[in-house]
Design a protein around this ligand. Structure first.
Ligand code: ACO
Length: 322
């Protein structure tokens, strides 16, 4: 039996930090409101000219180093992103060029905050089927470019960053299962309502901003993540107590706490990094994973439950023996 095993992780956050206090001078909000409703204390913002590919490259180089592989070993590159550098080539192709890899298939996956879980799920299928042996899977975003910095309902939530993993074919257990889903009927609850095909003039005019019905998104996120957690456990005939670490999408501590409660998990076994970088969409799960690995929280052989929910709506999970 072939498994995909996480051989190395990496992450990167841009240098510039925007604190809740900084936001107080930009919109009608307070540090206390943001902390109480979201748990976020600060977010990182890409410098002018710094792109999603820059962030992805920095995170990927760290993952490659941690895995102890050569760039030429990589035979699949998938980038989960909603904020690509260009209409085309894909950010995955741009990243491939930067890294100096030639020939591996490279493509982006767009599933907003679930982008990394989708990308991981696809890479896992490639490895299990024997089509790839060493995959670079990245979640990278410059969400600050599509945030309306005058809208207090959304601008306090998001930040920029990237996380990456190297997945390798192994006969030892790694990813046990992935579960992904979507329901496009919820399009209007969380959207950037313009794009290349529907109104490039509005994109050029700077009208391409996140719009969100926060309260409804919150309720759907809690409900759906509860369901996906149940589905994952039952597909693997596991009990809640079999999970060592929950590594959730870092959107909001209240959503994270609700999912942990459903799993009857103490918060000591939940990786929470949202306070440091806000919601970085597709980058959020690999950022949290890398932080937990590098701090020594997560150890080899432990069972991790990764999960995410985002625009679409999309959702997904991955059960992983690290
Ligand atoms: N500062 C101060 N007040 C604010 C702010 C702000 N930044 N933003 C909104 N408010 C006000 C609202 O205007 C409203 O005022 P009103 O009662 O006078 O109308 C009041 O606060 C309450 O607004 P609600 O939207 O009901 O507040 P809620 O408790 O739902 O918290 C939040 C808002 C934090 C956005 C919450 O709904 C949430 O986290 N939703 C999930 C959104 C999310 O995470 N989206 C990311 C993408 S999807 C995902 O990643 C899961």
């Amino acid at each position: 039996m072939v498994y995909s095993r996480i051989a190395g992780t990496g992450s990167y956050l841009p240098e510039k930090i925007l604190t809740n206090k900084d936001l107080e001078s930009m919109v009608d909000t307070t540090d206390q409101w943001i902390r109480e409703r979201t748990g976020i204390e600060q977010r990182h913002i890409a410098a002018e000219g710094e792109t999603t590919c820059d962030l992805a490259e920095a995170a990927s180089r760290k993952a490659i180093e941690a895995a102890g592989i050569n760039v030429d070993d990589i035979d699949l590159i998938i980038v989960g992103t909603t904020t690509p550098d260009k209409v085309f080539p894909s950010t995955a192709c741009l990243l491939q060029k930067r890294l100096g890899n030639r020939g591996a298939p490279a493509f982006d996956v767009q599933a907003v905050c679930t982008g990394f879980i989708y990308a991981l799920s696809v890479a896992d299928q490639f490895i299990r089927s024997g089509s790839a042996k060493t995959a670079l899977v990245v979640g990278a975003e410059t969400l600050s470019r599509i945030v309306d910095w005058k809208d207090r309902n959304t601008c306090v939530l998001f930040g920029d960053g990237a996380g990456a993993v190297i997945l390798q074919a192994s006969d030892q257990k790694g990813i046990e299962s992935t579960h992904i889903g979507a329901d496009g009927a919820y399009e209007d609850l969380l959207t950037v309502p313009v794009g290349i095909s529907s109104g490039f003039e509005r994109v050029q005019a700077g009208d391409a901003f996140i719009q969100m019905k926060g309260n409804e998104v919150f309720k759907m996120a809690v409900k759906t993540l509860g369901k996906v957690v149940d589905e994952t456990l039952s597909a693997n005939q596991l009990e809640k107590s079999d999970i060592d670490w929950l590594i959730p999408h870092q959107a909001n501590t209240r959503i994270i706490t609700a999912t942990a409660k459903k799993l009857k998990m103490s918060m000591d076994h939940v990786v929470v990094t949202v306070q440091k970088h806000g919601n970085t969409s597709a980058a959020s799960v690999p950022l949290a994973l890398d932080a937990a690995v590098r701090s020594g929280q997560v150890k080899r052989g432990e069972r991790l439950l990764l999960e995410a929910f985002g625009g679409g709506f999309t959702w997904g999970s991955a059960l992983v023996i690290y």
